[in-house]
Each structure stands twice: as C-alpha cells, then as structure tokens.
Design a protein. Sequence first.
Length: 516
Amino acid sequence: MNGGQHMLELRVLGDFQVVRDDQPVDLPPSRKTRALLAYLAVTARQHQRERLCEIFWDIPDDPRGALRWSLSKIRQVLGGDGLALVADRNAVALNIDTDYARLAPLVKADLSSRTSEELEAVLASIRGGFLADLSLERCFDYESWRQAIASEVEIVELGILRELVERLADQPRRALPFAQRLRGLVPDDARLAAEIEALEDRVRSATAQAPGSASQSSSARPPQTASKPASSQDPGRAVQFCRALDGTRLAYASTGSGPAILRAAHWMSHLTFDWDSPIWRHWMRELSRQNRLVRYDERCNGLSQRHVVDISFETMLSDLECVVEATGLDRFTLLGLSQSCAVSIAYAIRHPERVSGMILYGGYVKGWRARGDAGEIATREAAATLMRESWGKPNPMFRQAFCSMFIPGATHEHFAWMDDLMLRTVSPDDAWRLQSSFSVIDVSDLLDKVRVPTLVLHARDDNVAPVESGRTMAAGIPGARFIELESQNHILLEGEPAFEEFIDHVRAFIAETAGG
C-alpha cells in the first residue's frame, strides 16, 4: 500500500471504481482492461497468462500482446501500489483491497451471528449490482463469472436487509430505511409493504409523542394503523427467507389463494427469474390460479444460499420441514418434481398428518448411479464432466444437448432461456455436486410406508427419468394412481396437451383430497 501512506481500493459492488484516499483514480478507456483489473483483484489468486488470454482475448491475432498492453495500463492505474501486481512470463496475480473482500465472508455465513454494525457496514458498500458497468457479452467465461458473483451479492444484500429489519423491529427509525431498501429489491412483496406501513406509523407516533412536539395537542389526530391491506394483488415475486437447521438461508415465496400446494424444491429454480422464463412461468401461473402455491429455492440454487457444503438427502428433507414451519402451513398438497419426488416421499412418511395428498411428476426411485446400469453411469459421468466445464456458457453443442435432454420439444427461445436459467440458478461446481448427490438417491425401501393419497404422473418419452421410474414408484406406493402423459419433455411446455392434462389431473386430485 505504498508504505501505508496512501490507501488504494477497488470498488466492484456497483459501477467499477478505483479510489486512492477516497478520491477516484482515472481509469483506462478499454473496458477489457478495466474488467481484467477487476477480475484479478476480486479473484485474488494467480492466473496463467494463457488462461487470461482465453477469457478476455480469444479473437485478436496477438492475445498475449493485448494482455501485456492491458497489464501496462493496470500498472499505471495502481501507481505506487504497482508492486501488488505480480507478473512473470507465465502467470499474473494481484493482491489489493476490494469492497467485495469484506462481503465475501458473508456468502456462507450465519448472518444472525454478525453484529448489526458489521452488517450495516457491508450494506453501505453495496452501491449497485456487481461490476454493473463492466459486462462483456463476447467474453463468455468472464461474463459467467461476473453474473455468478452478482447473484451472490444480491443474495447477501437481501439476507442482510431482512436480518436487520427483523433484528431492529423494536427500533422503527433504524429499521425503516432497511425495509424501504428491501422493498426496492422485492417491490411486489405485499407483506413487506404492510410491514413498512407499520414501521412508518410507529415512527410518526413516536414523533408525535416526543416532548415539545406540535402534534402533542388535544386536536392532534391519532396515528394511523396498518390495518388495511398493503396490496390487493398477489404478492407475485415476493421473497422471504428462513434458516435451515445448519443456518443455511432458504428463500421461499407464496402466490395465489385457495388450498395450499407446496412444491418441494428441485434444482435449477430461481423464485423471481422463473416468472419471466417460458420454461417455468406457466407452471406457477396455473398452479397459483386456484390454489396457494408455496415454492422455495433449493440450497445452492436461486436466491437460497450458494456453495453450501451439506447437500445430502437428509438435509434436503430437513430444509423442506423448515420451510413448512416458516410458512405456517398446517395441511397441504405436496408436489414433487424430478428428484424432489424422493424428498416428498420421505416427508410424507415422516409427517402424514400435514400432507392431504401427494403429487409426483417425473420422479425416480433410484438415482442414475444407484440404478447400477454401467452404460448409463458412464454416459452420465461424461455428461457431469462436461457440465462442470461448460455450465452456463453459450456453447451451442452443450446447450442443445443439455436442453434437448430435458426439453426435446424446445424452441430457439427455450434454448436461449435455458442459458440464462443455468447461469442464474446454480454455479458450475454446485450443479456438478448436486447431480452427484442426486445420483445415489434410493427410496425403494420407503415406498410401501406411504400412507397418504398419491398421484404419480410421468411423460412417456422422458429422457431424464425413464417412464419405468414413474411406474415403479406408483406400483410401490399403496393405492397410488399412475397417469402416463403423451410427451417427450421432462419439463412440460406451455401449450402442449400434456401440460394441460397435467393441470387438469392436479386440480381434480386436489379437489378430491384437500378437504380430507
């Protein structure tokens, strides 16, 4: 830090800035050079020159020359702190302060154990989206990295705000700004809007009762109450948070009204993004039309906490239990999709008094490794390796292979949205870890213990979970009904007859069982 006399810091939580003693430093006009500087500082580790060329300069005739030029510009920006940039013929590293370095420990942390002052300090450093002004659409690896970190920052910001609002509930003046900022991130949260109204009323009341206040007169009006509903419309994209038994933050949301459906979490979900996605939006719309639909993002997915160590089956079951308690559901229809069918089965056995009926779609009794088919295992392992290397990158071959496996009937629009879905919902490492965890699922010994009404549905030509998996599941559950849908899609698409049939069967089943 130049003898400790002049403090240099890179600010990446918002538009990119370099400041020395709180004064901005002029930056080079090259976006790639600025992006390279930010990338080196945030990652804070050594990178091979060849790899940096692949990330930022895969097109120029002389990528190593372009890298050398950018590094020379970075040294000019660093000035007296140029020694922090260590570069030799093969590798480059940069060790310098960033505002992200203070936020990063909170990504996996139990926020309830942190002081309010620490949380407020981190919150104050978040000026906007991560490197909001430094997107590089043609640099796919960089952009994948940037968006993944941006999702982490968003999750931490939401978590801190909710933690502070709850923690400072008895200090309305302090809590109100945090609640208002939280509402800016989740504008359609009707419960939060009501909470803000209540805080505002308490602030006004405290002001009116303060000694010497002009409001302290016999003619002063009593403070308003927050009895009126904040919004008459569905909360839509409203997101709330609860904690799992190990402290992991879980994001959940509720839409619609009527008999409750709880969708057990599956991978590749994002509570807010899914409302825009043609892959999932019709599911939420139709399931919320006559029912209250409660959803939550699985750990390592969407707005729930990422990079969590424990992703075991038992932990997924425990997370479902925690969400049920947080939402206050007493009795509901449990909906399992794909791998969450197995979790749903285990939950229904443990808590039959809560489950009025269980609907299982596209599930399997045993994961691909537990099924023991050597050919399938080899194919899946190869796909898993490709997943770890190509996840979230607009590689046409990988995207089309992956999307076609889940949605053979996909259009070009679906292919494009699948890219965003993969990028936004889960990191490459977490995707690989989750798929490995799912591969060893085996609930074959649990099926005959189910004592709740069960409806099993499966697409006839599903490539992800063969239809025989659905038949086996239904055959093992006492009294279960099995319905085969005419489709190739693991995720049923809007407009296809199989989806309409699925919804019709779901509604009929709920009408039959929800009152029981």
